[in-house]
Design a protein around this ligand. Structure first.
Ligand code: CA2
Length: 300
């Protein structure tokens, strides 16, 4: 079973926590040669705009106190979907923050405004990096926005994987304009594993939205022997150019027999008969693009 549409993933409904540690409230007010002229309020504003563009909720917090940061990370386990953390100087000293992040079991991205590796040796070590999915340093406030982008993609992927597990769908695709993420797994229609199509996300992405359900099923789609495309791709009716087609109308096929191939993201996916029968209709032409859920053939 496969579908093009899904509800918005629930995990990303929880806001991402953007957490800042000691002295970051001073941003823009002192040492602009190191940390720039933007204030923490400017960073928050930019994060909110980026989160909105990505379809993420966001919460912002700053504390100069290690214990308060630990409390916020502990609470995040229930309240938040992910964490962007600039732990300030606690980065280089705090096992407590490392423990809290590990216990939170949330994807976390560690951000530093400055390139800590260009600075004093004591800033080269981070206690919290082992708990982070990634670290961004030296790109100023842009680092926070890049962290949100990375988390948006990661959360979308993991929510989609959960939906695949819950629903037994074969593939889910999210698209908006040029932005497109597809998560797929092997389906009954394909004995050979359908390679996980690498998510392709255009850099200039607008806010993501889940595609609306496919159009009302045609008569062919309602047919019990309808073989539907489990993915977006290009159909190939024969194994190689110039070779005979896999099947013709009137052919008897066995369960598991390859009916056609769909090429998606440079992966050739054999689409196999799920039951024995006779090819009653071939509804697609060779080398034609197919939509997700489109009826390819009828096996009776
Ligand atoms: O580069 C970063 O983002 C840091 O996390 C900032 C910390 C520093 O201890 C880390 O090594 C790297 C310091 C934040 C202090 O921020 C200030 C900003 C303006 C004026 C004074 C401090």
């Amino acid at each position: 079973m496969a579908a093009k549409a899904a509800r918005r993933p629930s995990a990303s409904k929880k806001p991402v926590l953007v957490l800042n540690g000691p002295n970051l409230n001073m941003l823009g007010k002192r040492q602009p040669e190191i940390y720039g002229r933007e204030t923490l309020a400017d960073v928050e504003k930019a994060c909110r705009a980026e989160a909105a563009r990505l379809g993420l909720g966001v919460e912002f917090a700053q504390s100069n106190h290690e214990g308060v940061l630990v409390d916020l990370i502990q609470a995040a386990r229930e309240k938040n979907s992910a964490i962007v953390i600039n732990a300030g100087a606690y980065t280089h000293t705090s096992v407590a923050l490392l423990d809290a992040l590990n216990a939170a079991e949330l994807p976390a991205v560690e951000v530093h405004l400055s390139n800590i590796y260009k600075r004093e040796a004591f800033r080269h070590h981070s206690y919290i990096s082992p708990a982070a999915v990634g670290v961004i340093a030296g790109l100023g406030s842009q680092g926070y926005l890049l962290a949100l982008q990375a988390l948006a993609r990661l959360l979308a992927r993991s929510s989609f994987s959960a939906i695949l597990d819950e629903t037994k769908l074969g593939e889910i695709e999210m698209a908006d304009g040029e932005r497109r993420i597809r998560v797929a797994r092997p389906t009954a229609a394909s004995a050979a594993p359908i390679a996980l199509a690498p998510a392709a996300v255009a850099a200039s992405a607008a806010a993501p939205s889940i595609l609306a359900p496919a159009a009302a099923p045609s008569d062919a789609a309602k047919h019990p022997g309808a073989v539907k495309s489990p993915m977006v791709g290009t159909v190939y009716l024969s194994p190689e150019p110039g070779k005979p087609v896999f099947v013709n109308v009137g052919d008897k096929v066995a369960a598991g027999q390859t009916l056609l191939i769909i090429e998606a993201m440079k992966t050739f996916n054999p689409i196999k008969a799920t039951k024995a029968g006779t090819i009653a209709q071939v509804l697609i032409e060779n080398a034609r693009p197919v939509e997700f859920g489109e009826v390819l053939m009828i096996v009776e």
